[in-house]
Ligand binder design. Structure first.
Ligand SMILES: NC(=O)C1=CN([C@@H]2O[C@H](COP(=O)(O)OP(=O)(O)OC[C@H]3O[C@@H](n4cnc5c(N)ncnc54)[C@H](O)[C@@H]3O)[C@@H](O)[C@H]2O)C=CC1
Ligand SMILES: Nc1nc(=O)c2c([nH]1)NC[C@@H]1CN(c3ccc(C(=O)N[C@@H](CCC(=O)O)C(=O)O)cc3)CN21
Length: 329
């Protein structure tokens, strides 16, 4: 089922989460072990991220260094298939521009259609660390909107080499990313929202936000979106803080602010065990308020660590007194 249908059919706010493909060499059982403890909260969908290749430098016999491309976390499509068939919930693979030619993208989409996976989150993808900034693949896409264009073409039955393929139309539901605190490369929020609106006008059916720790940012973002005619569901993304290191790491990697109260409380902790308690409390509070603000789904960036999210969800999603999501869409 498509994500917007899950939202329309829901009688109360929904719980969903996101995981990373495990490191190369590990097994699917680790994925299942991280999903099992969260199934009691009835996620209608589970996202699986996509990771582009990295470079490593290998020493050759002659002593020179050879640049070799490797992928540390392969398997998004097969993990999605395994999830969908085992748990009978929709798996949402992330599709990225980085490292993908149009042919690679087409092949991935053909495989997804074949597997009965019909929701995708369309993203540009992060820059490779070594590159400094995002560099599109030759014959690839530079922006999420361009990649969306290709998915939409396939939804119309238009493949890259029509003379070579006679294939049916695909029917993908497309979600996109939104940034309550602005995407770090955008000159200002208005510009970022302009491109977000472009993605929605092209056919994106819902938005998942970058993580944030101050609900006011989400509230203002939703209002700013509505004011310019973005009327699709806006799903907040949440990541509980669990270590002191994240206080500097998260702003650096994801370009987000940590509110003073939260930062002070984390600073005052003596151990990461204490930090985790603070992070869980903060996230429970945030989750409850977001439901009151009308968030249709709460999407947790669990990234394979389910214990923390389980503790949060058991406080947020087993309490049936919460109101039905009231966001306008
Ligand atoms: N791997 C994953 O699962 C996830 C990754 N992300 C990351 O978030 C970042 C951005 O991804 P998206 O939001 O999908 O990218 P996007 O292509 O929509 O936007 C990227 C930047 O370019 C600007 N922009 C967008 N379209 C433009 C256009 N046509 N012309 C000029 N500027 C334009 C935007 O304002 C933004 O600053 C990436 O670093 C991505 O990896 C975010 C969520 C999940
Ligand atoms: N820029 C960007 N890239 C992403 O891949 C991404 C986002 N934003 N925002 C939404 C989700 C959240 N994602 C993730 C991915 C990895 C971690 C993670 O492993 N975090 C480490 C620190 C980060 C690091 O070491 O690079 C952690 O300790 O929490 C968290 C969320 C993936 N998605």
């Amino acid at each position: 089922m498509k994500i917007p249908e899950h939202i329309k059919n829901a009688k109360k706010p929904l719980f969903s989460f996101e995981l990373l493909p495990p490191l190369k060499g590990q097994s699917i059982s680790q994925i299942f072990e991280s999903i099992d403890p969260l199934m009691e909260f009835n996620p209608p969908f589970i996202d699986v991220t996509y990771h582009r290749e990295d470079f490593i430098y290998k020493k050759r016999h002659d002593g020179l260094l050879e640049k070799v491309s490797t992928r540390k976390r392969p398997g998004t499509v097969s993990i999605c298939a395994a999830i969908q068939f085992k748990y009978k919930v929709d798996a949402v693979p992330h599709l990225i521009c980085g490292g993908f030619s149009k042919e690679d993208t087409e092949n991935a989409l053909i495989e997804l259609k074949f597997l009965g996976i019909d929701n995708v989150l369309v993203l540009r993808g992060d820059a490779r660390k070594e590159d400094g900034g995002f560099i599109p693949e030759p014959n690839g896409h530079a922006y999420a909107s361009e990649l969306m264009g290709q998915v939409l073409e396939m939804n119309q039955g238009k493949y890259l080499h029509e003379e070579l393929i006679s294939a049916d139309k695909t029917d993908f539901c497309i979600g996109v990313a939104g940034y309550p605190e602005k995407h770090f490369e955008a000159p200002n929020l208005r510009s970022d929202l302009k491109y977000l609106k472009m993605k929605v006008d092209m056919g994106a059916e819902y938005i998942v936000t970058q993580m944030f720790y101050d609900n006011k940012k989400y509230d203002e973002f939703v209002k700013a979106c509505r004011a310019i005619g973005i009327n699709v569901p806006i799903i907040p993304g949440l990541k509980p803080i669990t270590t002191k290191k994240q206080l500097t790491l998260l702003p650096k990697v994801f370009h987000i602010d940590i509110p003073e109260d939260l930062a002070d409380a984390v600073e005052a902790c003596k151990t990461d065990k204490e930090v985790r308690e603070i992070g869980i409390e903060w996230c429970i509070q945030q989750s409850k308020e977001l439901i009151d603000l009308g968030a249709p789904v709460l999407h947790y960036y669990t990234m394979g660590k389910s214990d923390t999210t389980r503790r949060i969800a058991s406080k947020v999603f087993t309490d049936t007194t919460h109101r039905i999501a009231s966001q306008v869409f």
